[in-house]
Design a protein around this ligand. Structure first.
Ligand SMILES: NC(=O)c1ccc[n+]([C@@H]2O[C@H](COP(=O)([O-])OP(=O)(O)OC[C@H]3O[C@@H](n4cnc5c(N)ncnc54)[C@H](OP(=O)(O)O)[C@@H]3O)[C@@H](O)[C@H]2O)c1
Length: 340
Protein backbone atom coordinates (compact mmCIF):
# COMPACT_ATOMS: atom_id res chain seq x y z
CA UNK A 1 0.00 0.00 0.00
CA UNK A 2 1.23 3.51 -0.73
CA UNK A 3 1.21 6.40 1.70
CA UNK A 4 -1.97 7.66 0.01
CA UNK A 5 -4.09 4.65 0.91
CA UNK A 6 -5.15 6.09 4.25
CA UNK A 7 -6.03 9.49 2.84
CA UNK A 8 -8.78 8.54 0.41
CA UNK A 9 -12.11 8.41 2.20
CA UNK A 10 -14.98 6.32 0.94
CA UNK A 11 -18.44 7.39 -0.14
CA UNK A 12 -21.66 5.56 -0.91
CA UNK A 13 -22.51 5.41 -4.61
CA UNK A 14 -26.22 6.16 -4.32
CA UNK A 15 -28.39 5.30 -1.31
CA UNK A 16 -27.51 1.77 -0.28
CA UNK A 17 -24.97 1.53 -3.09
CA UNK A 18 -21.38 0.28 -2.94
CA UNK A 19 -18.73 2.14 -0.95
CA UNK A 20 -16.02 3.53 -3.24
CA UNK A 21 -12.97 5.74 -2.77
CA UNK A 22 -14.04 9.39 -3.17
CA UNK A 23 -11.98 9.61 -6.34
CA UNK A 24 -12.30 7.10 -9.18
CA UNK A 25 -10.23 6.52 -12.29
CA UNK A 26 -11.35 7.31 -15.83
CA UNK A 27 -9.81 4.73 -18.13
CA UNK A 28 -10.91 6.13 -21.51
CA UNK A 29 -7.58 7.74 -22.44
CA UNK A 30 -5.80 4.42 -21.90
CA UNK A 31 -7.17 3.22 -25.24
CA UNK A 32 -8.20 6.21 -27.36
CA UNK A 33 -8.80 9.93 -27.83
CA UNK A 34 -5.89 11.69 -26.06
CA UNK A 35 -2.92 10.88 -28.28
CA UNK A 36 -0.52 7.94 -27.96
CA UNK A 37 -1.41 5.08 -25.66
CA UNK A 38 1.13 3.14 -23.59
CA UNK A 39 -0.28 -0.14 -22.33
CA UNK A 40 2.41 -1.03 -19.73
CA UNK A 41 2.20 2.47 -18.22
CA UNK A 42 -1.59 2.26 -18.18
CA UNK A 43 -1.47 -1.11 -16.39
CA UNK A 44 0.90 0.34 -13.82
CA UNK A 45 -1.56 3.22 -13.34
CA UNK A 46 -4.45 0.82 -12.65
CA UNK A 47 -2.44 -0.94 -9.93
CA UNK A 48 -1.28 2.39 -8.47
CA UNK A 49 -4.91 3.50 -8.30
CA UNK A 50 -5.94 0.48 -6.29
CA UNK A 51 -2.95 0.94 -3.96
CA UNK A 52 -4.04 4.55 -3.42
CA UNK A 53 -7.58 3.64 -2.37
CA UNK A 54 -9.27 4.23 -5.75
CA UNK A 55 -11.90 1.55 -6.30
CA UNK A 56 -14.26 2.93 -8.97
CA UNK A 57 -12.94 2.21 -12.47
CA UNK A 58 -14.76 3.79 -15.40
CA UNK A 59 -14.97 2.56 -18.98
CA UNK A 60 -17.57 2.36 -21.78
CA UNK A 61 -18.25 0.05 -24.70
CA UNK A 62 -17.55 2.95 -27.05
CA UNK A 63 -13.99 3.67 -25.83
CA UNK A 64 -11.72 2.23 -28.47
CA UNK A 65 -14.80 0.47 -29.83
CA UNK A 66 -14.59 -2.23 -27.15
CA UNK A 67 -10.80 -2.19 -26.77
CA UNK A 68 -10.87 -0.28 -23.47
CA UNK A 69 -13.13 -2.90 -21.89
CA UNK A 70 -10.90 -5.69 -23.24
CA UNK A 71 -7.81 -3.89 -21.95
CA UNK A 72 -9.35 -3.73 -18.45
CA UNK A 73 -10.35 -7.41 -18.34
CA UNK A 74 -7.08 -8.84 -16.86
CA UNK A 75 -7.01 -6.13 -14.17
CA UNK A 76 -10.65 -6.80 -13.35
CA UNK A 77 -10.01 -10.56 -13.16
CA UNK A 78 -7.10 -10.02 -10.75
CA UNK A 79 -9.04 -7.70 -8.43
CA UNK A 80 -12.71 -8.50 -9.01
CA UNK A 81 -13.84 -8.21 -5.40
CA UNK A 82 -11.81 -5.10 -4.63
CA UNK A 83 -13.17 -2.84 -7.35
CA UNK A 84 -16.41 -1.29 -8.51
CA UNK A 85 -16.56 -1.69 -12.27
CA UNK A 86 -18.55 0.84 -14.29
CA UNK A 87 -19.28 0.70 -18.00
CA UNK A 88 -21.77 2.30 -20.38
CA UNK A 89 -23.92 1.73 -23.44
CA UNK A 90 -25.88 3.97 -25.83
CA UNK A 91 -23.34 5.34 -28.31
CA UNK A 92 -23.10 3.76 -31.71
CA UNK A 93 -20.08 4.23 -33.93
CA UNK A 94 -19.24 3.33 -37.50
CA UNK A 95 -16.25 3.78 -39.81
CA UNK A 96 -16.62 7.56 -39.78
CA UNK A 97 -14.51 8.53 -36.70
CA UNK A 98 -16.71 11.59 -36.06
CA UNK A 99 -20.02 9.67 -36.13
CA UNK A 100 -21.90 9.06 -32.87
CA UNK A 101 -25.41 7.62 -32.91
CA UNK A 102 -27.49 7.33 -29.75
CA UNK A 103 -29.52 4.19 -29.07
CA UNK A 104 -31.67 3.65 -25.95
CA UNK A 105 -34.16 1.04 -27.18
CA UNK A 106 -34.65 -2.18 -25.25
CA UNK A 107 -33.13 -4.46 -27.88
CA UNK A 108 -29.99 -2.30 -27.99
CA UNK A 109 -29.67 -2.27 -24.19
CA UNK A 110 -29.94 -6.05 -24.04
CA UNK A 111 -27.45 -6.64 -26.86
CA UNK A 112 -24.99 -4.08 -25.46
CA UNK A 113 -24.77 -5.59 -22.00
CA UNK A 114 -23.86 -8.97 -23.44
CA UNK A 115 -20.98 -7.37 -25.38
CA UNK A 116 -19.66 -5.55 -22.32
CA UNK A 117 -19.89 -8.65 -20.09
CA UNK A 118 -17.95 -10.65 -22.68
CA UNK A 119 -15.22 -8.06 -23.28
CA UNK A 120 -14.79 -7.39 -19.55
CA UNK A 121 -14.75 -11.10 -18.75
CA UNK A 122 -17.27 -10.79 -15.92
CA UNK A 123 -20.72 -12.17 -15.20
CA UNK A 124 -22.01 -8.98 -13.56
CA UNK A 125 -21.32 -5.26 -14.08
CA UNK A 126 -21.35 -3.23 -10.85
CA UNK A 127 -22.60 0.03 -12.36
CA UNK A 128 -24.18 0.21 -15.81
CA UNK A 129 -24.71 3.66 -17.28
CA UNK A 130 -26.82 4.93 -20.15
CA UNK A 131 -24.13 7.05 -21.79
CA UNK A 132 -26.44 9.41 -23.67
CA UNK A 133 -30.18 9.94 -23.75
CA UNK A 134 -32.27 9.56 -26.88
CA UNK A 135 -35.29 11.71 -25.96
CA UNK A 136 -37.44 9.75 -28.45
CA UNK A 137 -37.20 6.67 -26.20
CA UNK A 138 -39.12 6.96 -22.91
CA UNK A 139 -37.31 6.09 -19.68
CA UNK A 140 -39.99 3.45 -19.09
CA UNK A 141 -38.37 1.57 -21.99
CA UNK A 142 -34.67 2.40 -21.55
CA UNK A 143 -34.38 2.37 -17.76
CA UNK A 144 -37.04 -0.34 -17.75
CA UNK A 145 -34.71 -2.52 -19.83
CA UNK A 146 -31.78 -1.66 -17.56
CA UNK A 147 -33.91 -2.67 -14.54
CA UNK A 148 -34.52 -6.05 -16.19
CA UNK A 149 -30.73 -6.52 -16.22
CA UNK A 150 -30.62 -5.86 -12.48
CA UNK A 151 -33.35 -8.44 -11.88
CA UNK A 152 -31.47 -10.93 -14.06
CA UNK A 153 -28.24 -10.41 -12.10
CA UNK A 154 -26.27 -9.01 -15.05
CA UNK A 155 -25.95 -5.55 -13.53
CA UNK A 156 -25.89 -4.43 -9.90
CA UNK A 157 -26.61 -0.68 -10.04
CA UNK A 158 -27.83 1.80 -12.66
CA UNK A 159 -26.37 5.11 -13.78
CA UNK A 160 -27.13 7.84 -16.28
CA UNK A 161 -24.87 10.30 -18.07
CA UNK A 162 -25.69 13.77 -19.39
CA UNK A 163 -29.30 14.00 -18.22
CA UNK A 164 -31.08 17.06 -16.84
CA UNK A 165 -32.48 17.25 -13.33
CA UNK A 166 -36.01 16.62 -14.62
CA UNK A 167 -34.84 13.60 -16.61
CA UNK A 168 -33.01 12.22 -13.58
CA UNK A 169 -36.20 12.44 -11.50
CA UNK A 170 -38.23 10.74 -14.22
CA UNK A 171 -35.71 7.91 -14.63
CA UNK A 172 -35.32 7.46 -10.86
CA UNK A 173 -39.05 6.84 -10.61
CA UNK A 174 -38.68 3.88 -13.02
CA UNK A 175 -35.77 2.35 -11.07
CA UNK A 176 -33.42 3.85 -8.44
CA UNK A 177 -30.40 5.47 -10.06
CA UNK A 178 -27.13 5.12 -8.11
CA UNK A 179 -24.99 7.61 -10.02
CA UNK A 180 -25.18 10.48 -12.46
CA UNK A 181 -22.02 10.95 -14.53
CA UNK A 182 -21.77 14.30 -16.30
CA UNK A 183 -19.08 16.83 -17.07
CA UNK A 184 -18.39 19.06 -14.06
CA UNK A 185 -15.29 21.16 -13.51
CA UNK A 186 -14.01 24.67 -13.05
CA UNK A 187 -14.59 25.05 -16.81
CA UNK A 188 -17.97 23.26 -17.16
CA UNK A 189 -20.71 24.09 -14.71
CA UNK A 190 -23.96 23.74 -16.67
CA UNK A 191 -24.90 20.75 -14.48
CA UNK A 192 -25.39 23.21 -11.64
CA UNK A 193 -28.57 24.44 -13.40
CA UNK A 194 -30.70 21.44 -12.41
CA UNK A 195 -28.88 18.10 -12.34
CA UNK A 196 -26.81 18.74 -9.22
CA UNK A 197 -29.82 19.73 -7.06
CA UNK A 198 -31.87 16.79 -8.31
CA UNK A 199 -29.05 14.33 -7.58
CA UNK A 200 -28.60 15.75 -4.07
CA UNK A 201 -32.34 15.51 -3.37
CA UNK A 202 -32.67 11.95 -4.67
CA UNK A 203 -29.51 10.65 -2.98
CA UNK A 204 -27.89 9.94 -6.34
CA UNK A 205 -24.08 10.15 -6.29
CA UNK A 206 -22.52 12.54 -8.80
CA UNK A 207 -19.57 11.30 -10.82
CA UNK A 208 -17.98 14.32 -12.52
CA UNK A 209 -16.30 13.33 -15.76
CA UNK A 210 -13.48 15.39 -17.29
CA UNK A 211 -12.95 17.12 -13.90
CA UNK A 212 -9.63 18.37 -15.29
CA UNK A 213 -11.33 19.89 -18.33
CA UNK A 214 -9.88 17.10 -20.52
CA UNK A 215 -6.43 18.09 -19.27
CA UNK A 216 -6.80 21.85 -19.87
CA UNK A 217 -7.05 22.66 -16.15
CA UNK A 218 -3.69 21.03 -15.45
CA UNK A 219 -2.07 24.00 -17.16
CA UNK A 220 -0.60 21.74 -19.82
CA UNK A 221 -1.46 24.03 -22.74
CA UNK A 222 -0.46 27.55 -23.74
CA UNK A 223 -1.87 27.14 -27.25
CA UNK A 224 -3.60 23.78 -27.32
CA UNK A 225 -4.49 23.89 -31.01
CA UNK A 226 -0.78 24.00 -31.89
CA UNK A 227 0.40 21.62 -29.16
CA UNK A 228 -1.93 18.63 -29.51
CA UNK A 229 -0.88 15.72 -31.71
CA UNK A 230 -2.71 15.25 -35.02
CA UNK A 231 -4.67 12.23 -33.81
CA UNK A 232 -5.78 13.86 -30.54
CA UNK A 233 -9.57 14.08 -30.37
CA UNK A 234 -9.36 17.40 -28.49
CA UNK A 235 -8.21 19.12 -31.72
CA UNK A 236 -11.91 19.09 -32.63
CA UNK A 237 -13.16 20.45 -29.30
CA UNK A 238 -14.11 24.16 -29.44
CA UNK A 239 -12.24 25.03 -26.24
CA UNK A 240 -8.96 23.66 -27.57
CA UNK A 241 -9.05 25.29 -31.00
CA UNK A 242 -8.06 28.62 -32.57
CA UNK A 243 -8.29 31.78 -30.49
CA UNK A 244 -10.31 29.97 -27.81
CA UNK A 245 -7.28 27.88 -26.86
CA UNK A 246 -5.13 30.90 -25.99
CA UNK A 247 -7.98 32.80 -24.30
CA UNK A 248 -8.79 29.80 -22.10
CA UNK A 249 -5.14 29.30 -21.12
CA UNK A 250 -5.15 32.83 -19.69
CA UNK A 251 -8.11 31.91 -17.43
CA UNK A 252 -5.86 29.59 -15.45
CA UNK A 253 -3.88 32.37 -13.75
CA UNK A 254 -5.89 32.15 -10.48
CA UNK A 255 -5.64 28.36 -10.51
CA UNK A 256 -1.85 28.60 -10.82
CA UNK A 257 -1.69 31.28 -8.13
CA UNK A 258 -3.65 29.17 -5.63
CA UNK A 259 -1.59 26.12 -6.51
CA UNK A 260 1.59 28.07 -5.70
CA UNK A 261 0.10 29.29 -2.40
CA UNK A 262 -0.73 25.74 -1.34
CA UNK A 263 2.32 23.97 -2.75
CA UNK A 264 -0.03 22.01 -4.98
CA UNK A 265 -0.53 21.57 -8.73
CA UNK A 266 -3.28 23.13 -10.87
CA UNK A 267 -4.77 19.63 -11.36
CA UNK A 268 -5.08 19.24 -7.59
CA UNK A 269 -6.78 22.62 -7.27
CA UNK A 270 -9.31 21.64 -9.95
CA UNK A 271 -10.08 18.37 -8.15
CA UNK A 272 -10.34 20.00 -4.73
CA UNK A 273 -12.73 22.57 -6.23
CA UNK A 274 -15.20 19.98 -7.51
CA UNK A 275 -15.21 18.18 -4.13
CA UNK A 276 -15.91 21.42 -2.27
CA UNK A 277 -18.49 22.62 -4.78
CA UNK A 278 -20.40 19.38 -4.31
CA UNK A 279 -20.24 19.72 -0.53
CA UNK A 280 -22.05 23.08 -0.86
CA UNK A 281 -24.95 21.15 -2.41
CA UNK A 282 -24.80 18.32 0.16
CA UNK A 283 -23.95 15.99 -2.68
CA UNK A 284 -21.80 12.85 -2.70
CA UNK A 285 -19.24 13.26 -5.44
CA UNK A 286 -16.74 10.82 -6.92
CA UNK A 287 -14.78 12.53 -9.71
CA UNK A 288 -13.06 10.27 -12.23
CA UNK A 289 -10.01 12.11 -13.55
CA UNK A 290 -8.38 10.20 -16.39
CA UNK A 291 -4.68 9.52 -16.47
CA UNK A 292 -2.39 6.92 -18.00
CA UNK A 293 0.48 7.64 -15.62
CA UNK A 294 0.95 6.32 -12.08
CA UNK A 295 2.71 9.46 -10.88
CA UNK A 296 -0.21 11.66 -11.98
CA UNK A 297 -2.66 9.23 -10.44
CA UNK A 298 -0.94 9.67 -7.07
CA UNK A 299 -0.89 13.44 -7.56
CA UNK A 300 -4.62 13.47 -8.29
CA UNK A 301 -5.51 11.29 -5.29
CA UNK A 302 -3.44 13.56 -3.04
CA UNK A 303 -5.84 16.42 -3.95
CA UNK A 304 -8.15 14.96 -1.30
CA UNK A 305 -5.86 16.59 1.29
CA UNK A 306 -6.52 20.10 0.01
CA UNK A 307 -9.13 22.44 1.45
CA UNK A 308 -9.62 25.71 -0.42
CA UNK A 309 -10.39 28.80 1.64
CA UNK A 310 -13.46 30.97 0.93
CA UNK A 311 -11.12 33.59 -0.58
CA UNK A 312 -9.57 31.02 -2.89
CA UNK A 313 -13.00 29.71 -3.92
CA UNK A 314 -14.05 33.27 -4.70
CA UNK A 315 -11.06 33.67 -7.04
CA UNK A 316 -12.08 30.52 -8.90
CA UNK A 317 -15.79 31.36 -9.06
CA UNK A 318 -15.78 33.57 -12.21
CA UNK A 319 -13.74 31.23 -14.41
CA UNK A 320 -16.48 29.02 -15.91
CA UNK A 321 -18.53 31.97 -17.17
CA UNK A 322 -15.51 33.26 -19.11
CA UNK A 323 -14.57 30.05 -20.92
CA UNK A 324 -14.48 30.50 -24.69
CA UNK A 325 -16.15 27.77 -26.72
CA UNK A 326 -18.70 25.06 -25.96
CA UNK A 327 -17.65 21.83 -24.29
CA UNK A 328 -18.64 19.79 -27.40
CA UNK A 329 -18.72 20.72 -31.09
CA UNK A 330 -22.38 19.64 -31.10
CA UNK A 331 -24.09 20.59 -27.86
CA UNK A 332 -27.17 18.51 -28.69
CA UNK A 333 -24.90 15.73 -27.42
CA UNK A 334 -25.26 17.12 -23.88
CA UNK A 335 -27.96 17.55 -21.26
CA UNK A 336 -27.47 21.34 -21.44
CA UNK A 337 -29.24 21.34 -24.81
CA UNK A 338 -32.39 20.01 -23.11
CA UNK A 339 -32.46 22.40 -20.14
CA UNK A 340 -35.44 24.73 -20.06
N1 LIG B 1 -19.85 10.13 -19.66
C1 LIG B 1 -19.22 10.74 -20.63
O1 LIG B 1 -19.81 11.19 -21.61
C2 LIG B 1 -17.73 10.91 -20.56
C3 LIG B 1 -17.08 11.81 -21.42
C4 LIG B 1 -15.70 11.96 -21.28
C5 LIG B 1 -15.01 11.23 -20.32
N2 LIG B 1 -15.66 10.36 -19.51
C6 LIG B 1 -14.97 9.58 -18.48
O2 LIG B 1 -14.32 10.49 -17.60
C7 LIG B 1 -12.95 10.18 -17.49
C8 LIG B 1 -12.13 11.45 -17.24
O3 LIG B 1 -12.37 12.42 -18.22
P1 LIG B 1 -11.28 12.82 -19.31
O4 LIG B 1 -10.22 11.78 -19.36
O5 LIG B 1 -12.03 13.18 -20.52
O6 LIG B 1 -10.68 14.21 -18.80
P2 LIG B 1 -9.92 14.72 -17.50
O7 LIG B 1 -9.91 13.72 -16.45
O8 LIG B 1 -10.47 16.06 -17.24
O9 LIG B 1 -8.43 14.94 -18.09
C9 LIG B 1 -7.66 13.90 -18.61
C10 LIG B 1 -6.40 14.49 -19.20
O10 LIG B 1 -5.63 15.12 -18.18
C11 LIG B 1 -4.32 14.58 -18.13
N3 LIG B 1 -3.96 14.50 -16.70
C12 LIG B 1 -4.57 13.77 -15.74
N4 LIG B 1 -4.02 14.00 -14.53
C13 LIG B 1 -3.04 14.91 -14.73
C14 LIG B 1 -2.12 15.56 -13.88
N5 LIG B 1 -2.10 15.33 -12.57
N6 LIG B 1 -1.23 16.44 -14.44
C15 LIG B 1 -1.24 16.70 -15.77
N7 LIG B 1 -2.11 16.11 -16.63
C16 LIG B 1 -2.99 15.22 -16.12
C17 LIG B 1 -4.41 13.24 -18.82
O11 LIG B 1 -3.20 12.92 -19.48
P3 LIG B 1 -2.38 11.57 -19.12
O12 LIG B 1 -3.29 10.43 -19.38
O13 LIG B 1 -1.23 11.63 -20.08
O14 LIG B 1 -1.97 11.71 -17.70
C18 LIG B 1 -5.52 13.47 -19.86
O15 LIG B 1 -4.98 14.04 -21.02
C19 LIG B 1 -12.63 9.45 -18.79
O16 LIG B 1 -11.47 8.66 -18.69
C20 LIG B 1 -13.89 8.65 -19.01
O17 LIG B 1 -13.84 7.46 -18.24
C21 LIG B 1 -17.02 10.21 -19.62
Amino acid sequence: MTEYADTLEQAELGRGGPLVGVQGLGCMGMSEFYGDTDEPAARETLEAALDAGVTLFDTADVYGRGRNEEFLAPFVAAHRDGITLATKFAMERNDDPAYRGVRNDRAYVRASVEGSLRRLGVDVIDLYYMHRRDPAVPFAESVGAMAELVREGKVRHLGLSEVTGAELREAHAVHPIAALQSEWSLFSRDVERSAVAAAAELGVAFVPYSPLGRGFLTGAFADASAELSRDDFRRHQPRFTGDNAKANAALLDPVREIARELGATPAQIALAWVQQRAAVHGLTVVPIPGTRRAERLRENVAAARITLTPAQLALLEPIAAQVAGDRYPDMTFTSAAREE
